[in-house]
Write a protein of this length. Structure first.
Length: 670
């Protein structure tokens, strides 16, 4: 071995030895664990040291100088006691790894002077007394060193320091006595100390490894927790998106139905009230049709913002889709508060909206249903609210309706009609009656309007005002239209050539090219002159989907048929729309004709409608004429055609064959 490698090796041994004597500071968790274990053992260590010292001092009383065996031990025991107290107190205070490290390092340094002082004291007592007493000193040192090694197990550096500081002087002192027993004791202590140190190092290594694996485990746990957190955040975000309507930033349909059931369960449990509201925009379609989808989106987003901004406690707003919104109001859902909320919503929505290229206005209808007035389930409350909305819409003006007993009866009846229709053989049970349309001046018949009737074997005769909406709802209306149109055309074929057929179409008939083409096909197949057909369409049918409806109307016009706008004045259509359609007639709704001789407003409305139709070169037909007075006013206003019970109630097909228009009897009601 060369000098160089010798030196290197020596240096390495020295470095390792110094490392053994230093408190490690590379692993904060280890430091804290060390501190925790150590702080429990330090008071015990001082106890061992103190009692050993006192017992030695006691056996040497009177033999050694009082200063040495009374004052010094008394002072040292006091120091030990004070240190023990400090450690016991410090155990209760939580500290950082850095603080723990500093305290351990201080203890490490302090252990050296204490060891030196104790060793010096014991060695200075050694010369006094008889063989027994001197043996006690040897015993004191041996037992103390063993006790210290054990107690300082978790602070390896201090244990090594104490061992070296005590054992070597002890061994030397024992040898110096020249007594074979003492020399043997010295050797014995060294021989015991070496394996003890080996055990200590081993234990310390285990402690460290244990701690390191705990550290790794903790790290893994933390990584797992972080990963879980990230996954949770991701799934929270997914859930949020799945429940969010991105256009309006309101909660969506799916969220609504979830929250509805939860709110219902809460209300049922707590006995609190719960209001469910459904909002539908009036006049949104025309905005979409006229200004494009981007403008429509702006309108919806703005309305979402307005609705979302309502500051009512326990109110949540949702977008169900299209131009439909919904809300849940929990807690104080009194009728008064709900009505006020409905008004707030209508007012907020009716405020004009800037779409960039200009201002537009839409209005809203709101339907409410309130638990516990209504409700066996969340879904049921929603359906009632939806029916209340339908009622609000039927009233033809923006506003809100709260589901009540009248609608409950209507709904029950509707359900009965729906059930009966499912079981019905409509080909057999449906038939048509015909109501004459006459010249206003001489009441000669110019045409007949075909009106549907349903004689159900289950529920008797049902009014079309009842069964047409149901058929529209369940989709059987298009089939009904085909059956009825074929029949009406077959009947009309028998009429004089100057008598026309007026036939009602529903929104569904105009809502798809396919449906409209089927109507065209039926007309062509019948061989009936299309110019003698007048299709009646309502404003709702047109407003439902203006683009498609106007395309269908165009097609029917190209076929040669005329188009009458039915129930004019009751819907939402702006004159703008009426202008855009190739109409041929306007039917003034019966509600404006009723008592027109007494009602100024009706008079004015009819007058302006007549001016409009004259301007657009359209024929005007007044419906629902029941009295001579009404007829006279209408004549004076210049109405060209009239229809109503005053002229004739609807009659059967056979009756239309029985007489020529001129001979037709006037079936009047008083
Ligand atoms: P509408 O098209 O406005 O038909 C006029 C309604 O007023 C008819 O009721 C008619 O019987 C009634 N009426 C006629 N003159 C008078 C009168 O002087 N006074 C009063 N109070 N009423 C009068 P009806 O037959 O019950 O039909 C109700 C509604 O059902 C119709 O209103 C129409 O919208 C719809 N409808 C009827 N038949 C058909 C059909 O074949 N297809 C479609 N899609 N709808 C139909
Ligand atoms: Ca009609
Ligand atoms: Ca009508």
């Amino acid at each position: 071995m060369t000098d160089d490698t010798m030196m290197g090796r020596m240096r390495r041994i020295l470095v390792s030895a110094i490392r053994l004597l230093k408190v490690p500071n590379d692993n904060p968790e280890l430091t804290l664990a060390q501190f925790g274990a150590f702080s429990k053992q330090v008071p015990l260590l001082y106890f061992i040291l103190g009692t050993n010292m006192l017992s030695l001092a006691w056996t040497h009383q009177g033999t050694a100088p009082a200063a040495l065996v009374t004052y010094v031990p008394a002072f040292l025991v006091l120091v030990f006691f004070a240190r023990s107290l400090i450690w016991l107190k410090s155990r209760k205070v939580s500290r950082t790894a850095e603080q723990a490290y500093r305290q351990l390092r201080a203890t490490n340094i302090l252990s050296f002077p204490i060891a030196v002082v104790c060793t010096l004291w014991a060695l200075s007592v050694l010369p006094y007394g008889d063989a027994y007493q001197r043996a006690h000193v040897a015993f004191f040192m041996a037992i103390t060193v063993i006790g210290c090694i054990f107690s300082l197990m978790h602070l390896r550096s201090a244990a090594m320091m104490v061992t070296v500081t005590v054992t070597i002087p002890f061994f030397v002192a024992m040898c110096l006595t020249g007594e074979p027993t003492f020399i043997a004791t010295g050797i014995n202590v060294i021989l015991v100390t070496i394996p003890m140190i080996m055990i200590l190092l081993d234990q310390y290594r285990d402690f460290r490894t244990l701690n390191e694996s705990r550290h790794v485990l903790l790290q893994q746990q933390k990584a797992l927790q972080d990963q879980n957190k990230a996954m949770q955040a991701l799934s929270d975000e997914n859930l949020r998106l799945a429940n969010l309507d991105t256009l309006t930033q309101l909660a969506n349909r799916r969220s609504f139905f979830q929250m509805l059931e939860r709110a219902f369960a809460r209300a049922r449990q707590s006995g609190e009230r719960l209001a469910v509201g459904v909002i539908d925009l009036d006049g949104f379609k025309p905005v979409n049709d006229m200004y494009g989808h981007a403008a429509g989106d702006k309108v919806l987003a703005e309305i979402g913002l307005r609705l979302g901004g309502i500051t009512e406690s326990r109110l949540t707003v949702y977008r169900l889709g299209g131009d439909e919104f919904a809300l849940l109001l929990e807690g104080d859902a009194s009728e008064g508060r709900v009505t006020a909320l409905g008004q707030t919503i209508c007012d907020l929505i009716a405020n004009r909206i800037n779409i960039g290229s200009g201002l537009v206005q839409v209005t809203a209808s709101v339907g409410f249903a309130i638990y516990p007035d209504v409700g066996g389930s969340g879904q049921e409350i929603y359906e009632r609210a939806d029916y209340a909305l339908y009622t609000a819409k039927r009233r033809h003006r923006a506003g809100s309706v709260i589901f009540n007993a009248v609608q409950a009866d209507e709904l029950t009846r509707q359900k009965i009609v729906e059930d009966a229709m499912i079981a019905a053989d409509l080909e057999r049970e449906l038939y048509l009656v015909y109501q004459p349309i006459s010249h206003a001046d001489d009441l000669s018949c110019t045409g007949y309007e075909a009106l549907a009737r349903w004689q159900s074997p289950r529920i008797g005769s049902v009014s079309p005002a009842e069964f047409i909406p149901v058929a529209e709802h369940n989709g059987r209306i298009t089939m009904m239209t085909r059956i009825l149109l074929e029949r009406a055309l077959a009947v009309a074929a028998n009429w004089p050539k100057d008598v026309y057929l007026s036939f009602n179409l529903s929104p569904h008939d105009l809502s798809s090219p396919d449906n409209c083409l089927k109507i065209v096909a039926i007309v062509l197949k019948s061989g009936f002159n299309p110019a003698r057909i007048n299709f009646e369409v309502t404003e709702t049918a047109i407003m439902h989907d203006f683009e498609q409806a106007s395309a269908s109307i165009q097609l029917l016009r190209e076929l040669g048929a005329g188009i009458a706008l039915d129930d004019f004045g009751t819907g939402f259509s702006s004159l703008n729309h009426v202008h855009k359609l190739p109409l041929t007639k306007i039917k003034i709704d019966g509600s404006f004709v009723r008592n027109i001789h007494q009602r100024k407003t009706s008079y004015k409305i009819v007058k302006s409608v007549l001016a409009l139709s004259a301007d657009m070169e359209l024929d005007a037909i007044a419906e629902g004429v029941e009295t001579l007075e009404e007829l006279q006013v209408l004549r004076a206003l210049g109405v060209s055609s009239v229809q109503g019970y005053y002229v004739s109630k609807p009659i059967t097909a056979e009756e239309t064959f029985a007489q020529t228009p001129a001979e037709m009897p006037l079936v009047r009601i008083s």
